[in-house]
Design a protein around this ligand. Sequence first.
Ligand SMILES: Nc1ncnc2c1ncn2[C@@H]1O[C@H](COP(=O)(O)OP(=O)(O)OP(=O)(O)O)[C@@H](O)[C@H]1O
Ligand SMILES: [Mg+2]
Length: 257
Amino acid sequence: MTTNPEGIFALSAQQIRKSFGSKEILHGINLDVKKGEHIAIIGPSGSGKSTFIRCLNLLESPNHGTIDVCGERIFDAAEKISAKSVRALRKRVGMVFQSFNLFATHTALENVSLAQRLVLDRSRTESEARSEELLERVGLKNHMHKHPSQLSGGQQQRVAIARSLALDPEVILFDEPTSAIDPEMRLEVLSVMKELAQGGMTMLTVTHEIEFAKEAADRVMFLSDGESLATGPAAEILTDPTNERLRRFVNALSGVI
Ligand SMILES: Nc1ncnc2c1ncn2[C@@H]1O[C@H](COP(=O)(O)OP(=O)(O)OP(=O)(O)O)[C@@H](O)[C@H]1O
Ligand SMILES: [Mg+2]
């Protein structure tokens, strides 16, 4: 359910441009995300999907544009940004990576607790209690004392989701969260993500999982060569695309020639 009672977007990115060296990769992307909305970002390899969402929590610094979170300007490429503001933004806009990025030497519980202690100053007791609750929520109650190497890819990704949730973010960005996971383990991750979306979490997901996007996303944005060529309701964009490039892309992903 998406609502926007005050007309304030959970996340608003305007005119985002990003270059690497002299090559511009993103050519001025606009995206407004309502509170509780789930947006799937699709597009060919190299179109700039990862670069775009990495810009949204400043893992990449846009060369041009602004980013607002819940109506508050947190980035303007025209102004210098402090390391403190970057840290503040990352608390509010979490990220889940394709490759999980867990600490190999820490258990699942420790992985979820650590950032809470470092970033939110929570006590050990408080952070562990929250971690246990979240690990139970992602179906890992019986695995919390295991290290990443003792967990499947799907389980590791669910730890990473719990870790992201532990910071109580306003938005979570997912970059191809299931593409490094065995096919049969993907569903457990997608099902946790569906539950999150249904529970009202604001989410942006870069994905090639068209069926998942149809089912779990409110809107879909199609990126091609660093430009947003189409954005609209998932059913409309994915079922009967009018944009020719989008139609070819969706057909290729669905195995239709
Ligand atoms: N750190 C970097 N330095 C230079 N070029 C980069 C860097 N990161 C990305 N690029 C280039 O930017 C373009 C977009 O890359 P990006 O990773 O955002 O694409 P993508 O849509 O996420 O692709 P994929 O579906 O393969 O993950 C590519 O041409 C890539 O080579
Ligand atoms: Mg990518």
